[in-house]
Write a protein that binds this ligand. Structure first.
Ligand SMILES: *Cc1c(COP(=O)(O)O)cnc(C)c1O
Length: 451
């Protein structure tokens, strides 16, 4: 086929962190996702559109499980609902054997409705109402206590119900990564964690089954996990020595980095983020060397969210327009904004054109459609010219964007799941004016008059 003529052009080279070839790494368009054409997906389901690859979710999950189970005999993953609680996504994780990890009553209900046995729903977070605690106690779900007020409430509830709830405490600690996430749980170094343990054991109403921590998110240091695990094991061993209580599980939480590139990083995340093997090596080595007897090794629970789902999610969209900014830079305006791509604030997401392009590329600013200056998808990315109506794909958007998306100005996109046979399934409809207004009410005196 004869190539279309492209006129030559002169583009200034912006000096900066990168070399004179700029920062462009993507020389191929992304025309298909798991064998499905991007243009077909957008034609069928509308633009913009979130697409998830079921194959990628399962591959990533199995890779994580393999990394831990080849290093430690007793491992259980629990899917972090808040990372992405679309029911179809949760079901893929549950079908792989993941428990549920929830941080609110709403998420707890969702996990129940998804058929997760209540004893496999870990109830985390600082916000549990008495009714929610009662429900979790009746259901015998593991409750992870965040603060003393919750501890006292739970003791009162347990006594009123005549039950002995299974609990863990959340522990925070100095792992060498700052600032310390010390607003959740009980501190290790200052003795608060011991205080909580003593109170639970000596009031003898709750069954202390486990110890929990979640030291941060997008943690690039595997050593932080080695330190955290050693401290958790030390607590568990002291608990056994002092109170004769063997802990059933140690829950190391989540926080593993995905392969996204943090803003300001010199190297792409795909080259710098630790692998599941790296995290597993740090955590499992510390567990195995902590001195537990072979028959008393605690179950290792992991609640990693971001690292399991980021890769599988794509945001597909279309170019609305191009313009020149006052300094001459090219600006490309897309049909989705930061209200549905919240992670654009801290990642330099990879952006691929979805159709073939030529050899030219230009430093561009990529904007969303919102009437707000902060609606920037990429503040500086080298892209080939994209015409209005052409399509593109943003990669690694699976974590947090759906759950943190904000209804603003336009409809939030539909979501599809591409199954392992390459068939797309609608798992969430695009918003409509009706769904947006569903919960509104109009005082009768403000009712619009028929015209
Ligand atoms: C958010 C959260 C997770 C998941 O965190 P990621 O950084 O996405 O891995 C796990 N456990 C708890 C308690 C959380 O709050």
């Amino acid at each position: 086929m004869k190539k279309t003529y492209e006129s030559p052009m002169i583009t200034p080279l912006h000096s900066g962190l990168m070399n004179k070839f700029g920062t462009r790494r993507n020389f191929e368009p992304m025309t298909h996702i798991d064998g499905v054409a991007v243009k077909d997906l957008l034609a069928t389901f509308g633009s913009p559109l979130f697409a998830f690859s079921e194959r990628s979710i399962r591959e990533t999950y199995r890779d994580a499980v393999r990394a831990f189970t080849t290093r430690y005999p007793k491992v259980q993953f629990a899917w972090s609902y808040k990372t992405n609680y679309l029911n179809a996504i949760c079901q893929v994780f549950h079908s792989e054997g993941a428990w549920g990890e929830v941080v609110s009553g709403m998420e707890y209900q969702k996990a129940l409705q998804n058929g997760v046995p209540p004893s496999r729903i870990i109830f985390n977070g600082p916000d549990k109402t008495n009714d929610e605690l009662r429900m979790a106690v009746e259901n015998q779900s593991p409750i992870h206590i965040d603060h003393l007020d919750e501890l006292y409430r739970l003791i009162e509830i347990a006594r009123a119900l005549g039950k002995r709830p299974q609990v863990a405490i959340r522990v925070n600690m100095d792992t060498g990564v700052y600032p310390i996430w010390d607003r959740f749980g009980f501190n290790y170094e200052n003795g608060s964690a011991w205080d909580a343990i003593n109170k639970i054991i000596l009031t003898d109403t709750l069954d202390l089954m486990g110890l929990h921590c979640h030291i941060g998110t997008f943690m690039l240091s595997t050593n932080a996990y080695a330190i955290a695990t050693a401290k958790m094991c030390e607590l568990a061993r002291s608990l056994q020595a002092k109170h004769g209580k063997k802990i059933a599980y140690i829950d190391m939480g989540g926080g593993f980095a995905s392969k996204n590139t943090l803003k300001g990083s010199y190297m792409p995340g795909a080259d710098t983020s630790p692998s599941f093997d790296d995290y597993a090596e740090a955590i499992c080595t510390a567990m195995l060397n902590a001195g537990f007897e072979a028959d008393a090794l605690p179950l290792l629970v992991l609640e990693t969210g971001r690292a399991l789902i980021d890769e599988a999610g794509y945001l597909l969209g279309s170019v609305l327009a191009n313009k020149r900014l006052s300094d001459g830079r090219r600006a490309t305006i897309l049909d989705f904004g930061v209200n549905v791509l919240f992670t654009a604030f801290w990642y330099d997401h990879d952006v691929y054109p979805a159709q073939a392009f030529g050899a030219h590329a230009e430093e561009s600013v990529v904007y969303g459609p919102l009437c707000m200056n902060i609606d920037v998808i990429r503040d500086n990315v080298s892209l080939p010219p994209l015409q209005a109506g052409e399509q593109l794909v943003v990669c690694r958007v699976g974590a947090y964007n759906i759950t943190q998306s904000m209804q603003f100005i336009s409809m939030r996109p539909a979501v599809v799941l591409i199954d392992e046979q390459g068939k797309p399934h609608l798992i969430k409809k695009r918003e409509t004016l009706q769904t947006i207004e569903m919960d509104e009410a109009m005082p009768s005196y403000l009712m619009p008059k028929p015209n």
